[in-house]
Design a binder for this molecule. Structure first.
Ligand code: NAP
Length: 318
């Protein structure tokens, strides 16, 4: 099969498309013939060597969708021919991938492979941030600080469906139009100076109950000012350090909570993907596609996800 292989950490061009041996499913494992592969910011951190060590060579990527081509012994959840998506622990940038059966999630009929390839990391992160770490409740106000990307567009749809009032931010006109279309109640430009006042005013001065933060190193200090009493910031993304005044958490008894999808337990993952299945089946949540690119263009996709601001998710086609 063809796969993107990384032989050393570095710039996107260290990723090379090459011929490698097909993987073989062992007991409890499933072989998926991929039809679409989701690109996530974390793929770029791993390729650049900013996210722990790796054994070389390796195939990067977490998210893919496709058709089950073979199953190992003791596989009960899947059969050959099933349409599934996965969020694996690597090796997704390939024409075939082997995953544990617990990580082969069924696709609702209405969902395409391209859409399903954007669920594993982005939507699962959005769900965990909102409901497992954020304890989101209907009628609360959530600020999705970075609502236009893969995680943000999923969080926005899931929060709306759960009855929250949603304030979303975007840095481009296209992104803001998109989140307006997806049902964001209040849309704000996070590149405009003083936009925090617009957010606080939209809550009648009370502040927001919950913030899903995509760029904490830029925004955490502002977030603490925008929270309502007992509010929470869920730190989803952060790319550097930031100085904050801890006193800001005291008067309103607010919380800063980190989150990482990789700490979700098997039971939590089962719960997340059961909820996402229904949300997709009912059309409550549909992944937003920014662009499809051939697998060979993985280096360009890695540059695009960090440097351009295309709303939605980038997808590679193997
Ligand atoms: P993405 O698709 O590249 O989207 C990035 C988002 O960040 C866009 O909405 C972008 O808005 C927004 N952004 C840019 N500048 C901003 C600013 N100054 N203030 C607020 N938002 C800003 O990435 P993603 O997949 O949604 O992931 C978002 C972040 O979460 C990334 O850092 C990623 O590494 C992280 N993440 C963490 C986990 C976890 O387990 N903790 C899981 C998945 C992702 P514009 O483009 O409109 O400016």
């Amino acid at each position: 099969m063809k796969a993107i292989v990384v032989h050393e950490f570095g710039e996107p061009e260290v990723m090379k498309l090459q011929e490698v041996a097909d993987p073989i499913p062992g007991p409890g494992q499933v072989l998926i013939g991929t039809r679409a592969i989701g690109v996530n910011p974390v793929d770029t951190y791993i390729r650049a060597g900013k996210y722990g060590s790796r054994q070389f060579p390796f195939i990067p990527g977490f998210d893919a969708a496709g058709v089950v081509e073979a199953v190992g012994a003791d596989v009960r959840n899947c059969r050959t021919g099933d349409r599934v998506y996965t969020s694996a622990q690597g090796a997704a940038y390939a024409q075939k991938i082997v995953v544990e059966q617990s990580r082969a999630y069924p696709m609702p009929e209405r969902i395409t492979f391209v859409e399903a390839a954007c669920v594993g990391v982005p939507a699962a992160t959005a769900y965990r941030a909102l409901f497992q770490r954020g304890d989101a409740q209907a009628a609360q106000v959530v600020l999705i600080h970075g609502a236009t990307g893969g995680v943000g567009t999923a969080a926005l749809q899931l929060a709306r469906a759960a009855g929250l009032r949603v304030i979303g931010t975007g840095g481009t006109e296209d992104g803001r139009k998109l989140i307006q279309r997806l049902g964001c109640h209040v849309v704000v430009d996070h590149r405009k100076s003083g936009y925090e006042k617009q957010i606080i005013d939209a809550t009648g001065g009370r502040g927001v109950d919950l913030i899903l933060e995509m760029l904490a190193n830029v925004n955490l200090a502002k977030d603490l000012e925008m929270l309502a009493p007992n509010g929470k910031v869920i730190v989803i993304g952060s790319r550097d350090k930031i100085e904050i005044d801890p006193r800001l958490t005291m008067g309103k008894e607010t919380d800063i909570r980190g989150m990482t999808l990789s700490r979700a337990t098997p039971e939590q993952l089962r719960s997340i993907h059961a909820a996402l299945y229904v949300a997709m089946e009912l059309g409550i949540y549909l992944p937003v596609i920014a662009r499809e690119m051939p697998l060979a263009e993985a280096p360009a996709a890695h540059r695009a996800i960090l440097e351009t601001h295309e709303p939605g998710n980038l997808v590679l086609i193997p």
